[in-house]
Design a protein around this ligand. Structure first.
Ligand code: SIN
Ligand code: FE2
Length: 204
């Protein structure tokens, strides 16, 4: 893990190549166990549509969405089981970059395939916005868009590649962000292609 090479885009700290390839492979193996215990699903939006990203979670809480809105839940919506533990390799990244004593209570796993993308949004279902959100990207490259805390206005984008880490903290904790597109086939980490993004959060 190499932290010193970061830069900032609209206050979001980006650490390119934070995880080297063996570290990415090790994290992927841990994520396979997470997905085996807590299968990926496509959350519904409040409007009744299906999100194009498939998701699951690890930790005490998992992020969930349906017609009733966005929230954290303590059980997998389909299996009813508690979420599996957050992979130690992901926790190690949190410890290295989060800069807070608390540990994450949710590791949201987003899986992008084909035309999957994510519209601009804020991560604001957590109780304490002094706690950062730490993101790890694996697999195909994604164009990550960053706006402001306020709705609308200027945005900038940055390509997040396999092994890159991004931190939303401080004044950038509540910036709008999203994924415009994923460059299919730009990485060979995932045998069948696609992109995985992990976001770790303190929920309570
Ligand atoms: C998210 O905002 O939940 C995901 C961000 C990403 O996929 O990079
Ligand atoms: Fe987000």
């Amino acid at each position: 893990m190499a932290k010193e090479t970061g830069f900032s885009v609209r206050g979001v700290q980006v650490f390119p190549g934070f995880l080297d390839v063996p570290e990415q492979v090790a994290l992927l193996a841990e994520l396979r166990r997470v997905v085996a215990a807590a299968p990926l699903f496509s959350p519904q939006t409040r409007m009744g549509g299906k999100m194009s990203v498939r998701m699951t979670s690890a930790g005490e809480y998992g992020w969930y969405s349906d017609r009733r809105g966005y929230r954290y839940v303590t059980e997998h919506p389909l299996t009813g089981a508690p979420w599996p533990p957050i992979p130690p390799a992901a926790l190690a990244v949190w410890r290295a970059v989060a800069g807070v004593a608390r540990l994450p209570e949710c590791c949201l796993v987003n899986f992008y395939q084909g035309a999957a993308r994510m519209g601009l949004h804020q991560d604001r279902d957590e109780a304490d916005f002094t706690m950062p959100v730490v993101s790890i990207s694996l697999g195909d490259e994604a164009r990550f868009r960053i706006g402001s805390v306020e709705r609308g206005g200027k945005t900038e984008s940055v390509w997040l590649r396999s092994g890159d880490v991004a931190v939303l903290a401080g004044p950038a904790r509540l910036v709008h962000h999203g994924v415009d597109k994923v460059a299919e086939g730009s990485s060979t980490l995932l045998p069948r292609g696609g992109r995985i993004n992990l976001t770790m959060r303190v929920v309570t």
